[in-house]
Design a protein around this ligand. Structure first.
Ligand SMILES: O=C(O)[C@H](O)[C@@H](O)[C@H](O)[C@H](O)COP(=O)(O)O
Length: 336
């Protein structure tokens, strides 16, 4: 089928490529003409403006936005301005689900359909497919089914009598409910992503410290209250441990596959500083948990760890040292 794509960054461009491979016609637009030209060379139809993008689409026009959350609203309005009743706007970025609920309200007053799609898979999605968490009106979602089916990983459908929803879930896409529900599910997915990442990182860090009782580390004994050094004499091969866990262990996962790959390529992780960014989904997850009164201690702690990595604990940490010095005359030791 035919679809418009606006926003041809890493995600948007690869989604177009996967759709082209699947035999769909893609009309593409981006603020950067070079990104449009690159995809035209691969078989897409180019558009030089939002108006041209919408005008090149048969009715009902369907335009998929793949933009950073901060600029999605203004661009959605630019697209909507050229649409007619029955047309569909899809937001596949990482929008806050409150925005989806509000947008759907606004657009349905103009008889336009709004579909929110939480899209997971990152840069690997082109070949592996994208997991899609979809929110929006039934008819519009059903109309877009061929697009979702191509973008999703696919898979073997269990011939057993499954509900329609379970069938698509089995292939990597799911109509979760009305507008906003797709991004709500993706938000929680990302909260879990933070927690799982933190669990692997903490565990690996502890494995790394298993040699803390050895002479070279024990030289630091004054700064460390390490007891019983004879129990901390292991120089562990973290890359090999991550690798062995991938095979049959309870904690195997795609995140562990990526962890093992990273440790194999760069065992000391010298290419990273350890400042871990966050794009909002973890914060929204914790806010939703507070609104609903649901305890999420693991997800919250993983989020706060990111803030710490960003330097946000620095002043508080200095104050701890200041208090310790004030009550006990304890001096800070230099950072290792
Ligand atoms: O499922 C996914 O493919 C990822 O979650 C993807 O959506 C993106 O990499 C994160 O949004 C990054 O999120 P942070 O910047 O908050 O870590």
């Amino acid at each position: 089928m035919q679809i418009g794509m606006m926003g041809l960054g890493r995600m948007g461009a690869n989604m177009v490529r996967r759709l082209l491979r699947g035999g769909h016609e893609c009309v593409v637009y981006d603020i950067n003409p070079a990104s449009v030209a690159a995809l035209v060379a691969e078989g897409a139809v180019g558009a030089a403006s939002v108006e041209e993008l919408v005008s090149k689409l048969a009715k009902p026009a369907a335009v998929w936005l793949m933009l950073p959350a901060a600029i999605t609203d203004e661009n959605l309005e630019r697209v909507a301005a050229h649409m007619v009743p029955g047309d569909i706007i899809i937001d596949g970025g990482n929008s806050f689900y409150h925005d989806d609920v509000d947008r759907a309200e606004r657009l349905s007053a103009r008889s336009l359909n709004y579909v929110d799609v939480g899209t997971s898979g990152g840069v690997w999605g082109l070949d592996r497919g994208y997991c899609l968490m979809i929110g929006g009106p039934d008819d519009a979602v059903r109309h877009l089914d061929p697009i979702f089916a191509t973008l999703a990983p696919g898979g073997d459908i269990d011939p057993a009598d499954m509900s329609e929803n379970m069938k698509t879930a089995d292939r990597g896409y799911l109509h979760c409910g009305p507008s906003g529900s797709g991004h709500f599910v993706k938000m929680v997915h990302n909260g879990i992503e933070y927690g799982m990442m933190a669990a692997y990182a903490e565990g690996m860090n502890l494995l790394k410290a298993a040699n803390a009782g050895k002479a070279d580390r024990a030289a630091d004994a004054e700064t460390s209250p390490l007891q019983q050094p004879k129990y901390y004499q292991f120089d562990l091969d973290l890359a090999a441990i991550a690798e062995v866990w991938r095979h049959g262990s309870v904690v195997s996962s795609w995140l562990l596959d990526l962890t093992a790959g990273a440790l194999k390529t760069d065992p000391d992780l010298a290419g990273f500083s350890g400042r871990v960014s966050d794009s909002g989904e973890g914060r929204w997850t914790v806010k939703a948990a507070i609104d609903t009164g649901v305890p999420v201690p693991v997800l919250s702690s993983a989020l706060y760890q990111r803030f710490t990595s960003q330097g946000e604990a620095e002043f508080g940490d200095k104050l701890l040292s200041a208090m310790r010095f004030a009550f006990g005359g304890h001096h800070e030791k230099p950072k290792s």
